[in-house]
Design a protein around this ligand. Structure first.
Ligand code: ATP
Ligand code: MG
Length: 348
């Protein structure tokens, strides 16, 4: 049976990096007869230009119909003057929440060839391979009530609500334990249970889910300590699971350990494993159309898609090996350039 992939290049360097990732998809599809079918769609600024909205109904219908989505990036100075309600970034939030993509997987892998590009010393990061599982559709980013209100004394007050229901915690915990089972059976849950009640419940439910995964070694860590440990001794972690905001911050932290934001892929999954795959970086308008964009984060996102949405683990391994071989040959984009390397872009 054919598997449909919706391809949404978006804006900025989006089309440049997606072109390379699609070339990889087409190549493995042909080589291994995977039965993949690609469909194009519009999101972000590209969609605003044609339809006046960042996530048109037509794109949503295609996304619902597809088995997986491959996304480039959205946004750019061209649309900065627009009202925040119809900015390109709204398109990204809309597709994540409309497809209920609550499970965000962000692997941070240091390719040995890039050890010198890491922000940490080689002996601390060599062999680094960790996975951050971030809850993506709840927590303080979505909690109501929220806003800025005027108090009786005339002073203004900003407020947000940090909340997670038991079912929201349980489903992300299951994603994390399942991922841990496929890796080294080690999971660290990150919270702030010494201060925030919402995360006391988080810890309780994670413990409850742990009973179904007796083989997984579970630990808990407060987020402040986790941030410190990530930059002190990141290799102590294998899988980390946390809420929306802590996950946002910790995964940026982890990104810097691997050398370049242009190297990191991500998967955002729903309850049934249907997913959207995208590089963690943005549309990088500062380097668009200059043949400078690193397509590897997007190519590695294709690998995640084949692994997580379609179960083609061997093909995913093959793509990751190919990335490693390219780095071995010292072929680099500008962001990961090294001495004596051959600089390439997305044009050749
Ligand atoms: P967003 O809000 O969409 O996440 P951002 O403002 O965080 O965007 P990015 O678009 O991620 O920023 O870019 C941050 C920096 O990293 C820029 O200088 C950009 O040129 C660089 N960068 C991002 N992606 C790549 C890439 N694939 N290859 C090379 N450099 C990149
Ligand atoms: Mg960003």
């Amino acid at each position: 049976m054919s598997k449909q992939i919706l391809v949404l290049p978006g804006d900025g360097i989006g089309p440049e990096i997606i072109k390379e990732a699609v070339a990889v998809l087409v190549a493995v599809n042909k080589k291994h007869n995977l039965g993949l079918e690609l469909v194009d769609g519009l999101i972000g600024g590209a969609a605003i230009d044609q339809h006046g909205v960042p996530y048109p109904d037509e794109t949503h219908a295609k996304a619902m119909n597809a088995d997986a989505v491959l996304l480039g990036a959205v946004g750019g100075p061209k649309w900065d003057a627009l009202d925040t309600a119809i900015r390109p970034e709204k398109g990204l939030l809309a597709i994540r929440s409309k497809l209920k993509l609550f499970g965000n997987l962000r692997p941070a892998i240091l390719y040995p060839q890039l050890a010198s590009a890491s922000s940490l010393k080689a002996d601390i990061v060599s062999g680094l391979d960790l996975l951050i599982v971030r809850e993506l559709t709840g927590g303080i980013y979505f909690g109501e009530p929220r806003g800025i209100r005027t108090l009786e004394n005339g002073e203004r007050e900003g407020y947000n609500t940090y909340k997670y229901s038991e079912s929201e915690i349980r489903r992300i915990a299951v994603v994390a334990f399942e991922a841990a089972m496929k890796r080294n059976k080690k999971l660290c849950s990150v919270d702030k249970a010494n201060v925030l009640e919402a995360t006391v419940l988080w810890r309780e439910i994670v413990e409850e889910v742990a009973k179904d995964y007796p083989e997984v070694e579970l630990s808990h860590m407060y987020v402040d300590n986790a941030a410190m440990q990530l930059v002190r001794a990141p290799k102590q972690f294998d899988v980390m699971v946390t809420g929306n905001m802590f996950g946002d911050i910790l995964s940026d932290c982890a990104a810097m350990l691997t050398g370049s934001i242009g190297m990191l892929p991500s998967a955002s999954l729903d309850q049934n494993g249907k997913g959207m795959y995208e590089p963690i970086h943005g549309s990088a308008p500062d380097i668009m159309n200059q043949n400078k964009a690193n397509p590897l984060a997007t190519i590695l996102s294709v690998s995640m898609m084949l692994r997580y949405s379609f179960g083609f683990a061997e093909v995913a391994d093959e793509i990751e090996l190919a990335v490693s071989k390219v780095l071995d040959k010292n072929i680099r984009t500008l962001d990961i350039q090294s001495e004596g390397c051959t600089i390439v872009g997305t044009k050749e």
